[in-house]
Design a protein around this ligand. Structure first.
Ligand SMILES: *Cc1c(COP(=O)(O)O)cnc(C)c1O
Length: 399
């Protein structure tokens, strides 16, 4: 009998009851805007910021409208100007170069290795071309952060971290997003906490925090930001910084707070599922698994593997055969961007030179979401299906 998987790759868990109750309370009160508080009341948004800052060990936190907004705000807050060049990953998702384009700056792409992290040799070669690196921890893969920071610090390059896939992850126990100048997180439905849309911004730098708060549209209400810097930090910044509204509201914050309290437990559940899939894929001929370094604390909300040096036709056959059995795989090597799978040469508003070594890696990257609604049995079944179909196509190719 041919096994088929019948579950959904895009079904999320419900919002925790506690979050639903808190959201209903906000709606009953009618005070959804973050600065609309009753006397003595601390807004849900402020509580969220205080709690997230404490959770990752950052001095300051700002809740915003999206992860993309957090990144563009970070670039503005470190004073990136139109026409400036900004280093970033060749392997990432469209909102990352999009944030650079949003401030009128120009992405300079850095290559990807077979372990799906930024290529530090390529970074070292290009580090003199820009003052800022927007580093994307794409699909949760953390590069050797000590080596990366040594390269960037040595060249005076400011690092902004895109932690859309690493909320809850760490490098040598240091929470992702706290080694660069700014850490940016997404609270969008497909990330690690779910408020539909939303973003978080953390930094230890009082000036950067003050600029970000002004940029987000705080009018002159910055003293209400209990997770922001002291009011002296705003002395001149409040006159010089444009308002580019992108605040978070109390409804989203209310939904997010209980989810953040559960983040460590969710990480354990994600990783059980990730390692169940990974174990099932082991020793598949033609399939290269991605080694995860011991220094990395992962959040296995998606899994990748490489079909390295496979023809496009053979990869497409694997995708089609898996899909016929209910397993939705995404491919970063396709000629056309489909869904969320785009790559540096899909973003044609950037004049990017060809990167042959990265192209060879990108051509083989297969990606799969691992939602928490999968059971461990689902994960084992999915792995059996992938293993069988990859093996079948591989054998047909080599005989
Ligand atoms: C989702 C995502 C973002 C931005 O998140 P939004 O909240 O959707 O703006 C940034 N980087 C990566 C890699 C993402 O996947």
């Amino acid at each position: 009998m041919t096994e088929v998987f019948t579950g959904s790759f895009t079904q999320q868990e419900p919002i925790p009851e506690e979050g639903i109750e808190a959201a209903v309370a906000v709606m009953r009160a009618g005070r959804l805007h973050r600065y609309n508080t009753a006397p003595g009341e601390v807004a849900q948004t402020v509580l969220l910021e205080q709690e997230f800052a404490a959770q990752v060990g950052a001095k300051y936190c700002l809740a915003v409208a999206s992860g993309g907004y957090a990144m563009a705000t970070a670039l503005r807050a470190v004073c990136v100007k139109p026409g400036d060049r900004v280093l970033t990953n060749a392997f990432t998702l469209a909102p990352v170069p999009g944030a650079i384009a949003a401030v009128g700056a120009v992405p300079v792409f850095v290559g990807v290795t077979e372990n799906l992290v930024i290529d530090l040799e390529d970074l070292a070669a290009k580090v003199d071309q820009a003052d800022v690196l927007l580093l994307s921890h794409m699909r949760g893969h953390l590069v050797d952060m000590d080596a990366l920071m040594t390269i960037c610090d040595g060249a005076g390059v400011t690092v902004i971290e895109d932690c859309a896939h690493t909320m809850g992850a760490a490098w040598k126990g240091v929470p992702s997003g706290t080694q660069g100048k700014v850490g940016c997180y997404s609270c969008q439905t497909y990330k690690h906490v779910n408020s539909g849309e939303g973003g978080l911004f953390v930094t230890d730098d009082a000036e950067v925090a003050a600029r970000a708060i002004m940029l987000s549209g705080s009018y002159m209400m910055y003293e209400k930001h209990l997770a922001g810097p002291p009011k002296e930090a705003f002395e001149t910044i409040r006159y010089e910084t444009p308002n580019i509204s992108g605040r978070m509201d109390n409804l989203r914050a209310a939904i997010l707070r209980p989810q953040l309290r559960k983040l460590d437990a969710q990480r354990a559940r994600w990783n059980e599922r990730y390692y169940a899939v990974e174990a099932g894929l082991r020793d598949t001929p033609g399939l290269r698994a991605i080694d995860r370094p011991a220094e990395e604390t992962i959040v296995g909300s998606s899994i990748q593997f490489l079909l390295k040096d496979w023809s496009a036709q053979a990869v497409q056959e694997v995708l089609a055969r898996c899909l016929a059995r209910g397993v939705e795989l995404k491919w970063f090597g396709g000629a056309e961007p489909v869904g969320f799978t785009s790559r540096y040469d899909s973003w044609r508003y950037v004049q990017a030179p060809k990167m042959p070594a990265s192209d060879a890696v990108l051509a083989g990257i297969i990606d799969m979401r691992v939602p928490l609604t999968f059971s461990l049995d689902d994960c084992a079944l999915i792995a059996r299906i992938i293993k069988a179909e990859v093996s079948a196509v591989y054998q047909a190719q080599t005989t």
